[in-house]
Design a protein around this ligand. Structure first.
Ligand code: ZN
Ligand code: ZN
Ligand code: ZN
Ligand code: ZN
Length: 356
């Protein structure tokens, strides 16, 4: 690019937006350090993975499913030369109660450039000759559940070939395919299209640009707030009215900001601020717990409601749902001995009756 003398037409906000793209399966394997949605997790560190009980829904106790991972190294820190954040969620719609994040978990893994698992040099940008069996068994001998790709030490008691994270996943897999395989009617290596995990996509990012005129109109304060006169009549208290208009302002700011790039599924800005969609259920400083190491946690990225359109989760009556999922991580990105460290997630839902 040229260093132009003309003023820039757009203003960079410092936020990176995430979009979904199709990719070849090999491009989403661990060795490519992918950011991705759905499929099975591409584990960064090949050891000290979260245990099955650490990947359980706190509400229904069923195994969580991999939602997405973001490759987010921190420049200038050797310990986080490679760094990936993982988000897992429950597939039980009933667990998705309002503003309740207990059906999610977030883990962070990081490695120095010189490590036991990957080359010191960047991976070649071409399909490797041998993909290996990295999907069911890590190089370190960690066995993975063939259903969800999370650690799975429980082997089928008949053939001892396939392993699972939980009884639940073994039962589903037995009914859908392993019964035939185990009795040698089908080859165990055949990879069937798995409807249990979410559809797989690459997550690509680009900087958010806002048109400058957009900013001018925003500062002029002429915002259209959208509620009906019957809503107004229902108000009984002035304080409620004040609160509602505040909430409307936040919601309309959210809508306007997203409208510039309506397909964004993620907003990334480490140590920046999330884009809230409601003035309700915003965490106070004390509600974001400190990291185990004692450092504060700060905002790193948020998952947008648009992602739901790509997960094939819609059912007629109810489905998994969120307004936005806001992820806070250790400001020091501390090293807990190569362990996958737990981070913090906050779910904010839309106020009643508001939809995008
Ligand atoms: Zn659950
Ligand atoms: Zn599993
Ligand atoms: Zn078997
Ligand atoms: Zn920490």
């Amino acid at each position: 690019m040229m260093a132009g003398n003309t003023p820039k037409p757009d203003r960079e906000t410092g936020v990176n937006l995430g979009f979904l793209e199709e990719a070849e399966p090999w491009q989403l394997l661990s060795a490519q350090f992918p950011s991705k949605v759905g499929g099975k997790p591409a584990w960064l560190s090949q050891e000290k993975l979260p245990t099955s009980s650490e990947l359980e829904c706190e509400k229904c106790q069923l195994p969580l499913v991999f939602l997405l991972q973001v490759y987010a190294p921190i420049v200038g820190y050797e310990r986080s030369f490679h760094r990936t954040l993982y988000v897992f969620c429950c597939k039980t719609p009933a667990c998705y109660t309002r503003n309740d994040s207990r059906c999610f978990k977030v883990y962070r893994s990081q490695l120095p450039r010189k490590n036991d698992f990957y080359s010191f040099n960047p991976p070649p940008d071409e399909k490797p000759a041998d993909l290996g069996d990295g999907r069911h068994l890590l190089s370190t001998g960690v066995k993975l559940c063939r259903r969800c790709g999370c650690p799975g030490q429980k082997a089928c008691s008949r053939c001892h070939v396939v392993t699972y994270c939980s009884k639940e996943h073994q039962v589903i897999d037995w009914k859908q395919r392993h019964k035939k395989e185990c009795c040698n009617e089908a080859s165990a290596s055949s990879e069937v299209l798995d409807s249990f995990v979410f559809p797989e996509w690459e997550l690509v990012t680009e900087p958010e640009d806002l048109p400058v005129k957009d900013e001018e109109s925003r500062s002029s304060g002429s915002q259209q707030v959208n509620y009906t006169s019957s809503d107004l009549e229902e108000r009984e208290l002035d304080s409620m009215a004040l609160h509602e208009s505040e909430d409307s302002k936040v919601f309309s700011k959210f809508k306007k900001r997203v409208a510039t790039e309506p397909h964004q599924v993620l907003r990334y800005c480490r140590k920046g601020s999330p884009l809230w969609l409601s003035s309700e259920h915003v965490p106070s400083k004390g509600e974001v717990p400190k990291c185990q190491c004692g450092a504060n946690r700060s905002f790193e990225f948020q998952i947008m409601p648009q992602l739901l359109n790509h997960l094939k989760v819609d059912q007629p009556d109810e489905s998994i749902d969120w307004g936005t999922l806001v992820i806070y991580t250790c400001t020091d990105s501390c090293d807990q001995g190569n362990k996958y460290s737990s981070e913090f997630i906050w779910k904010q839902d839309f106020s009643e009756d508001r939809v995008l």
